[in-house]
Design a protein around this ligand. Structure first.
Ligand code: GLC
Ligand code: CA
Length: 528
């Protein structure tokens, strides 16, 4: 199987379209606005973009509840506006992934309206229904009493998101169809049609929502892997340069399933939280985060991350990548409870690790998590990470000319903006830009480049690793630490400039990430 070569060098940026830039002054972001801001992303060095769902939807879950997969939501513009965005991105050397939501639709999707009808029709089995309205088997999230059709339907996430039917790998009841049933096959064919529609329009692939969840009662993911491998074959044949990125957070399973990349996230694994602890529910209101490696208190343990990450990395190496994000639309922003110096170390780490980096919009300036906002469009705690982008000191921080914006703009007098940070030397924006440039300056830093752990001890700081002839020391703790490290080093990048090396001793200053070039590197590549 073919791994598109652009991925190793890719630096992704996630755009939440509602909140990025409002070009027509109606208070909500749109495609024309995203197109207008492409040069700002170029200035940061971004060469790939993921756009959150932008399709027609009643927005009960921010657009993860679709009513027409092939139509851009009118509030964001038209299909032509999206195509213009793809073209303008391509002209600047950027790729664009759309968000594919294959597992469920809105309960207002025309397919579902047909499926609810008591009369049998082409959509009767497009969704998962029990045999009758009093059929309540354990272990399924069922909605009942909402249709004339005699049955209960399964939902995936919110109650407004009925599950599409790709069949059951293990079947206990008559109403559970096998994945190769013609009606389940029809669901998959429909989703392939949607993918071809947008790939033909010019997008470069998809981030796939809840990718692990399509075939039900599939504890070993046998059916789900079969399904995605079939989609991958379609990509290999028809769209060899396009990519599939899963929201799965289990790279072994996802890459075996045929995905090119999988997100390494705050669920399904412990490593992300061992590094950053962004798990939301239990700590947004607390003064202190749970212990994690990237915290100035120095109470984290990088080996908790590595023990999980390294086996995954070795297992998928050469076949696919893990994606490491600064955050996303489901997480509390990484700026929460952290200083600018801490954010610099995190961003640089993410940009120099042997994974594919993703910057969540606004994280390049440390936009803040907004505590206590009223939920918007199914956001709940996530709403605080979804507020309008802060471009300048103008009206609505330059996001929109409207009097009322989609969500309130951060009104703090010291709220960070792109304009301020671009003019302030030493800002987070500058560090991110420099780290992006460093990553792109040498394939050694790319996702395919060599990677070796040079120093990692349980409960200790710093963490030191090598990328080819470069040595990266990261010490997020505020204590400085000394360790022995052989080599002759020259500093090429540093977030705080506090780390030095002389006579076989690395002096890792507090809250600093420094990159050295090893002037006398020992032979030998990747040993992980
Ligand atoms: C994914 C999305 C999330 C959405 C959910 C249901 O986790 O990232 O925002 O609510 O799926 O589609
Ligand atoms: Ca608008």
């Amino acid at each position: 199987m073919h791994l598109p070569s652009w991925l190793s060098e890719a630096v992704f940026y996630e755009i939440y379209p509602q909140s990025f830039y409002d070009a027509n002054g109606d208070g909500i972001g749109d495609f024309a606005g995203m197109t207008e801001k492409l040069d700002d992303l170029s200035a940061l060095g971004i060469n790939a973009i993921w756009v959150n769902p932008c399709f027609e939807s009643p927005f009960m879950d921010a657009g993860y509840d679709i009513t027409d997969y092939c139509r851009i939501a009118p509030r964001y513009g038209t299909n032509e506006d999206a195509i213009r965005f793809f073209n303008e991105a391509h002209r600047r050397g950027m790729r664009v992934l759309l968000d594919l939501v294959p597992g469920h639709t809105s309960d207002r999707h025309p397919w579902f309206l047909e499926s609810k009808k008591p009369e049998k029709n082409a959509y009767t089995n497009r969704y998962i229904w029990t045999g009758n309205a009093f059929d309540y088997p354990e272990g399924f999230r069922l909605m009942s009493g909402l249709s004339d059709r005699d049955g209960n339907y399964m939902v995936n996430f919110f109650s407004s998101q009925p599950a599409l039917n790709y069949g059951f790998e293990n079947r206990q009841y008559d109403w559970q169809l096998p994945p190769d049933h013609p009606d389940c096959r029809a669901t998959l064919e429909e989703m392939k049609h949607v993918m071809r529609f947008w790939l033909d329009a010019g997008c470069d692939g998809f981030r796939v929502d809840m990718a692990y969840s399509l075939v039900k009662n599939d504890p070993l993911f046998t059916g789900t892997k079969r399904l995605w491998n079939e989609v991958r074959e379609m990509f290999e044949r028809e769209y060899p340069d396009a990519v599939l990125l899963s929201e799965w957070s289990c790279a072994e399973q996802a890459i075996d399933a045929g995905f090119h990349m999988d997100f390494y996230l705050h669920f399904n694994s412990v490593g992300y939280n061992a590094l950053f602890q962004t798990a939301p529910f239990d700590y947004v209101d607390k003064a202190e985060a749970a212990p994690c490696f990237f915290h100035r208190d120095g109470k984290g343990d990088v080996t908790r991350f590595l023990n999980e990450f390294l086996p995954k990395y070795r297992y998928i190496r050469g076949r696919g990548y893990m994606c490491l994000p600064t955050g996303n639309h489901d997480m509390v922003r990484y700026s929460h409870l952290r200083s600018e110096e801490e954010l610099k170390a995190i961003a640089a780490f993410i940009l120099l690790f042997p994974t594919v980096p993703f910057l969540y919009y606004g994280d390049e300036i440390g936009m803040r998590y907004q505590i206590g906002l009223t939920s918007k469009e199914g956001g709940y705690y996530r709403t605080g990470s979804r507020t309008p982008m802060q471009w300048s000191d103008g009206k609505n921080k330059g996001f929109s000319a409207a009097d009322q914006t989609y969500l309130p703009v951060d009104s703090a007098p010291d709220a960070p903006t792109i304009a301020q940070q671009r003019t302030r030397a030493g800002s987070l924006w500058h560090t991110v830009r420099d780290a992006v440039a460093l990553r792109k300056s040498d394939p050694a830093f790319g996702a395919d480049g060599d990677f070796r752990v040079a120093y990692a001890k349980e409960g200790a700081y710093p963490f030191v690793f090598r990328r080819g002839r470069y040595v990266i020391s990261v010490n997020p703790s505020e204590r400085s630490e000394r360790i022995a490290l052989d080599g002759r080093f020259k500093t090429v990048f540093s977030t705080a400039g506090r780390t030095t090396h002389a006579n076989g001793v690395l002096d890792a200053g507090g809250i600093d990430l420094t990159v050295f070039e090893d002037l006398a590197p020992a032979a030998g590549g990747d040993t992980n």
